[in-house]
Design a protein around this ligand. Structure first.
Ligand SMILES: [Fe+2]
Length: 496
């Protein structure tokens, strides 16, 4: 009987090797000046395995979840990281080994784990009705204490949420504080059922829809406007035969078209309208923002035209094509006055290829907006292979700010041995105009194998970081982040 070893996990290398510890650092080392008024909490949902996976080809999406907290107080930054104490992590810790098998396939779990929730909570943190949630799309939200990061447990909104799953990308309407969310495979594995919810700012269920999707597919993100909810399907599909064969949940089928549900926020199930696109539109992972103008619903989003994830095999048996991974930014316009079931597509920013890690000023969700911020692999920025190591792939080394009015692009680098994470926009003040504020992103410095939280002026990304919060260790791999201002997001500026 040996101890824990990650030698058979090919992903557990360098910055992707799990940390497996929890940290509390009071007063982190700071280089530069933290901007006055930058007071609040930056949360990151991260992946970090406690035990090596049961199958060496397991997707990193199947890793345990951990949450990091950088708390900013008058120029000082305290750091805290904690595993999310899921039923799954507790069971595996008690057994001292991995019990859960292939991603979202219960038949491949250790028999002792088949009735335990597979929840990892490893994808997105959001504060709502006084709680910190960390979401994973195959399970209910994990609730945590926003100060201590202590786990409260799986959250069903006091019994109001009856679906078995919950999106990792609920949207908070900045006008009302409502949380708008959905569930896919809502009645269990491979069910075509979608549930869509509106919870008020106190967590009370206000409205609910139950509809059927035309295809059972990964539906990772949604968009909202002040009048509509937008739900796109993808070509990442599943079926019972796959699960019975012991395969990973998802396969990418390049023949499956994109379908988009447009749901009037004041309507009911019969008011839901489905639009039908092409397979080249069926790989939308994240949305940027959307709005309703008259009877047109307009969505901006990065969309790839092929399989985005090497761990999910192509249904036709073809090899993974890395060139299909990088999305371009598209504008989809749905005309509700037209009987046409298609939509208009425009490609923005000259077809530039980025990543799906895009954010904007969350105060402008649902309405016309100007700026978005995206993690990008910029091949024009050199990587110092002497100091940074001979990496086999290019790292995401830049944050691009896109001007959706003029098409202009500004870009941030943290150094030529640094990779970056999803950008987080922070308004300079609660009443600051759109885009006036800061970009926060965690940089991994390959020359020292340490991480730092980089802060840049969002209006001057090209000037580089204005401050760095330096950690004496490397950090977990972040999926998504959330900024909660000291005064609270929902008490902040509300445009209009
Ligand atoms: Fe996501």
């Amino acid at each position: 009987m040996g101890g824990v070893s990650f030698k058979d996990d090919p992903t557990a290398k360098g910055f992707f090797a799990p940390l497996r510890f929890e940290a509390t650092l009071i007063d982190c080392e700071v280089e530069g000046d933290i901007p006055a008024g930058l007071n609040g909490s930056f949360y990151r949902s991260c992946i970090d395995r406690r035990y090596p996976p049961r199958f060496p080809d397991d997707t990193p999406y199947n890793s345990d979840g951990a949450v990091d907290l950088f708390r900013f107080t008058n120029g000082h930054v305290d750091f805290r990281s904690r595993y999310i104490q899921t039923p799954r992590l507790k069971a595996e810790t008690a057994a001292r080994r991995a019990l859960f098998g292939r991603y979202r396939n219960r038949g491949t779990y250790d028999p002792s784990a088949r009735d335990i929730s597979p929840n990892t909570g490893n994808t997105t943190p959001i504060i709502h009705h006084g709680r910190l949630f960390s979401f994973k799309e195959d399970s209910p939200p994990m609730a945590m204490d926003p100060d201590t990061l202590e786990t409260i447990g799986e959250w069903d909104f006091h019994g109001q949420m009856r679906a078995k799953t919950f999106t990792a990308h609920p949207k908070i309407d900045p006008n009302t504080g409502d949380m708008i969310a959905f569930s896919y495979e809502a009645k269990g594995d491979v069910s075509p059922d979608l549930a869509v919810f509106v919870f008020d700012k106190h967590g009370k269920l206000k409205r609910e829809w139950w509809i059927k999707a035309p295809v059972v597919s990964m539906m990772h993100d949604m968009a909202i406007t002040d009048r509509h909810i937008i739900l796109p399907t993808t070509g990442m599909v599943t079926n019972q035969e796959r699960l019975d064969a012991g395969l990973i949940h998802w396969t990418y089928d390049s023949s499956v078209p994109c379908h988009v549900a447009i749901i009037p926020r004041d309507g009911d199930d019969k008011d839901v309208r489905w639009f039908h696109g092409t397979p080249e539109q069926a790989m939308l992972v994240h949305t940027t923002n959307a709005r309703t103008e008259g009877n047109k619903v307009i969505l901006d989003a990065p969309v790839a035209s092929n399989n985005f994830h090497p761990f999910f095999p192509n249904a036709d048996g073809s090899a993974f094509d890395v060139s299909g991974v990088s999305p371009n930014i598209r504008r989809w316009t749905f005309d509700l006055d037209s009987k046409d079931t298609g939509w208009k597509e425009e490609v923005l920013f000259g077809g530039l290829r980025g990543t799906s890690m895009v954010r904007m000023d969350d105060r402008y969700l649902t309405r016309p907006f100007r700026w978005s911020y995206m993690l990008v692999v910029d091949p024009t920025l050199p990587f110092d292979r002497e100091r940074g190591g001979k990496l086999s792939v290019r790292v995401a080394n830049s944050i691009f700010r896109f001007d959706h009015h003029t098409g202009a692009i500004d870009r941030l680098s943290a150094g030529n041995t640094h990779s970056l994470s999803e950008p987080q926009f922070v308004p300079a003040r609660p009443d600051a105009p759109e885009g006036e504020g800061y970009i926060l992103t965690v940089a991994n410095d390959y020359s020292e194998m340490r991480s730092e939280l980089v802060i840049a002026d969002a209006m001057r990304l090209g000037d580089g970081p204005i401050a760095r919060v330096k950690l004496p260790f490397r950090l977990h791999t972040q999926v998504h982040g959330w900024w909660e201002p000291q005064e609270g997001f929902l008490t902040g500026f509300r445009p209009r």
